[in-house]
Design a protein around this ligand. Structure first.
Ligand code: UDP
Ligand code: MG
Length: 333
């Protein structure tokens, strides 16, 4: 549970009638898509069905869906064009190349006009019926509503283990993170305008959003299997995002390196004294090969590791100082 957050507890049984009394002016849904031709038609039809229901019940006045094509190489953009021609609530944002999930998401969030904007993956893993709960929480005053996976049985053992271990590691490193929440969330217009002021190139939204403050709430849902197609997050991208999360929000690795350096220096100093004592007290002692070679390898390894970690942070400073755009929009619909 995110104890650090200014949690606004939402009564899940709060009826939708509360919402009907104060209909939301405009709701936008942002869906990043990278090679999602297999799922896109189904996702679009399910989302538009849900939006029909919301407007039909007078819970929301206007709705829009923003599909962000993150440089797909399949028919994703053509499908978005077709969907947009059929339904004027459907819009498209085409990025000039694959900028990555986080940047695609940001492009959509900063572009969508809604008073409340919900981001959701294209593959229908996140249960879209939680959108109603998010709106209830929003109408009760929450400006950020986090979608949390109540269980992960649809994930592989490896994915579940690494993901949960990672959330714990980040929390231990002092990163304010909502456990088991990914990028399925509602943000109010006020939060989105605040987010616009965060110019960082190295994006890790699920670490950044809890830092913004504001009233927040959580809704729970069951994560399903991907509707179709393969995961667009291979191990290398997952690892990249994981490193991003740590190096963007925590200085603890740098502190650990300093501590490790101090400890090793202390131990080496002790060893040097011991070697000196042996040399003086026992003139026949032949210095051991192992006692030279082992610390040599050990220290070499540690030094390389530390340089690597420092390099990661330095690379971050490098990319931030360049201040290049985080995404490039080629065209919009
Ligand atoms: N995605 C993206 N750009 C990328 C990789 C993924 O926009 O470079 C999108 C993808 O289309 C999907 C979402 O990010 O809507 C999450 O990806 P995926 O479902 O493949 O990840 P997983 O659920 O396996 O972690
Ligand atoms: Mg997925």
């Amino acid at each position: 549970m995110p104890t650090l957050l200014n949690e606004l507890w939402v009564n899940q049984s709060a009826s939708l009638s509360t919402l009907a009394r104060t209909p939301l002016q405009q709701l936008s849904i942002v869906v990043p898509c990278y090679n999602e031709e297999e799922v896109l038609p189904e996702t679009a039809s399910r989302l538009s069905f849900l939006l029909d229901e919301l407007t039909g019940n007078n819970l929301v006045r206007e709705t829009s869906i923003y599909f962000v094509d993150d440089g797909s190489t399949d028919r994703t953009w053509t499908l978005i064009e077709e969907l947009s021609a059929l339904d004027d609530r459907v819009h498209g944002i085409k990025l000039s190349r694959n900028c990555g999930h986080q940047s695609a998401l940001l492009a959509g969030l900063l572009h969508a006009p809604g008073d409340a904007v919900i981001s959701i993956d294209a593959d229908l893993q996140d249960d879209i019926s939680a959108i109603k709960d998010m709106l209830v929480a929003y109408s009760a005053g929450a400006e950020i509503v986090y979608g949390i996976r109540s269980e992960r049985s649809s994930d592989t053992f490896f994915k579940r283990g690494t993901a949960e271990g990672y959330y714990r590691l980040l929390q231990a490193m002092g990163v304010r993170l909502v456990f088991n929440h990914a990028d399925y969330r509602l943000l109010s217009r006020r939060v989105l305008e605040t987010l616009r002021d965060y110019k960082e190139t190295n994006l890790f939204l699920r670490g950044l959003i809890p830092q913004l403050g504001f009233n927040s709430a959580t809704v729970y849902y069951n994560r399903r299997e991907r509707f179709a197609g393969e995961s667009k997050y291979p191990f290398s991208k997952m690892l990249g995002l994981a490193i991003e999360g740590i190096t963007s929000f925590s200085e603890i690795p740098l502190k650990l390196i300093t501590l490790m350096g101090m400890l090793i220096s202390l131990v080496s100093f002790g060893l040097a004294l011991w070697a000196l004592a042996v040399k003086i007290l026992n003139p026949e002692a032949v210095p051991g090969w192992a006692s030279i070679v082992i610390p040599l390898y050990f220290l070499g390894g540690i030094q390389l590791l530390c340089m690597g970690v420092i390099g990661q942070y330095l690379a971050k400073v490098y990319s931030e100082t360049k201040g290049r755009p985080r995404f490039i929009i080629e065209k919009t619909l």
